[in-house]
Write a protein that binds this ligand. Structure first.
Ligand SMILES: Cc1cc2nc3c(=O)[nH]c(=O)nc-3n(C[C@H](O)[C@H](O)[C@H](O)COP(=O)(O)O)c2cc1C
Length: 181
């Protein structure tokens, strides 16, 4: 039973990146603020790697990069309303810039996506006029890799009283336990 939930989790994540319109296509990424507190933002989930890590793209100058550099702990939250499934994943986030993984993804940035990484000034900088964003030829592209160590599965409406489980990576094995929902 626990193994079914565990397998469903990875299947849903895989579908999130492969099936058009799947709700796991986006998630909320949380990182630690530099001063104190947590910052969350919506982000597109790009790929589930063979190593079962999660990849995201971002601008290398965005605030989250500074936060991750200071504290690599992070988490993502997914929700699929059609099956009322919530998946929480936490772990360490690695920033890729100009390494081989980065290069594989950088090659695929084209069309309108280029504009996600080419503003002259860093994302989040105050501007007077939103239509006067200057762009450059440089792409400040980074890949974020979340390496999971904890996953929580929750289906609150599942009969008879909901299903909640936690999967924890210990000594390279995923330990699986049910939790009170
Ligand atoms: C639907 C949607 C998808 C988004 N996808 C991404 C993304 O893939 N990468 C990204 O860096 N920001 C993405 N954003 C913007 C972030 O939510 C956020 O505003 C931005 O990355 C700046 O975050 P930061 O200042 O905390 O670094 C997306 C926003 C929305 C609404």
């Amino acid at each position: 039973m626990l193994i079914d939930l565990f397998n469903e989790t990875w299947r849903e994540l895989e579908d999130g990146t492969k099936k058009y319109g799947h709700p796991f296509r986006t998630c909320s990424l949380a990182t630690a603020e530099i001063s104190r507190g947590i910052r969350q933002r919506t982000i597109i989930f790009r790929e589930l790697t063979k190593k079962k890590t999660l990849l995201f793209y971002t601008d290398l100058r965005s605030t989250k990069i500074e936060q991750i550099n200071k504290n690599p702990d992070g988490s993502v939250l997914f929700y699929n309303p059609s099956i009322q499934l919530q998946i929480f994943i936490s772990g360490k986030i690695k920033i890729h810039s100009e390494d081989s993984l980065w290069n594989d993804h950088f090659m695929n940035i084209e069309g309108r996506s280029i504009n996600d990484y080419n503003t002259q000034y860093a994302p989040g900088k105050p501007i007077k006029n939103p239509i006067a964003v200057t762009r450059t030829k440089d792409l400040n592209f980074a890949v974020l890799e979340l390496i999971p160590d904890t996953i929580e599965y929750l289906k609150l409406r599942e009969e008879p009283s909901g299903i909640r489980a936690i999967f924890k990576l210990q000594d390279q094995e995923w330990n699986k336990t049910f939790l009170v929902p």
